[in-house]
Design a protein around this ligand. Sequence first.
Ligand code: 13P
Ligand code: SF4
Length: 336
Amino acid sequence: MLTQVKDLHMAKQPVETNKDVLINRIRSLLTEKKAILLTHIYQRLEIQRISDHVADSLALSRVAAKTDAEMIVFCGVHFMAETAKLLSPEKVVLLPDLASGCPMADMITAKDLINFKSEYPGAPVVCYVNSSAAVKAESDVCCTSTNAVDVVKSIPDKRIIFVPDKGLGTWVQRQIPEKEIIIYDGFCPTHYQITTKEVERLRNNHPKAVIIAHPECDPSVWEMADFVGSTSQIYKYAQDCPQEEVIILSEHGLIRRMQADMPHKKLLMTFPNPLCPNMKYHRLESVLNALENNLHQISIPEYGVENGLFERARKTITKMFELTESKYASNYWSGV
Ligand code: 13P
Ligand code: SF4
């Protein structure tokens, strides 16, 4: 018995030591390769801790567009790394684990969008950044959950197509009733795990708590919230609100990070915890492997040079910056 306890202890030691070695090796390779590590706030905390920037998708895309690093290692999902590549085509962009895709982004292909557009001739298309480069190329302008309402408001047309997220699309429609938003049927499987019944249970158990939700939730869920906002807006609202108890209807990794930063608050989440498995594929080991072997390089060659898909997808993102520059350039979330 004693031996077993000792063995267990011995077995644990190298793992800890290994972690330090891994972290040191990652940091020195980042310096050697003039690389930066950009990390979405849904990632594992151990990766967040060693990153150069931890933020939401809008802030990370701004960093990717402006950095003078030669290489970007992106711990987020595939469309985020692809966005970084579109904005910085001359840089090497690495996604440590290629399995890290976004199921919502995969719910619409360029062909699906072309068919959808043909039903509403002339209507401009706003695509959520959670989409492939091919879908962006078929759209007029991109948005994130932070600036979706401003982007749609800035378009003069009365009728606008919004793809692929029906949660965010419905939220935009609610804010801009004077426009007709044609909404595609995509959704986030993680945020859709959150049920009204579970929110009801938390609300009954914590009557003093304020409820804040991400617009990717089912509309019947975000309707129960006191505040609806993007990742950065959720973070700020929880930090600034007077309530000590905060029910957060969003992803588990975000809430864990917020709780670490806000120990004076009691942050509550629904059960089962809404966890995005795709965001959690990256590990310290895969980040090191990415740096050692230049894996997995994001390239967009399949979209072809002759039909200008790369350039069209890129323009969709830069148009978003142009339309919202005055509001977000000086006032955007630089992460945590
Ligand atoms: P943010 O744009 O708020 O970072 O969210 C991205 C995302 O995928 C949320 O599920
Ligand atoms: Fe995609 Fe949802 Fe995961 Fe965000 S949380 S990356 S929208 S599956």
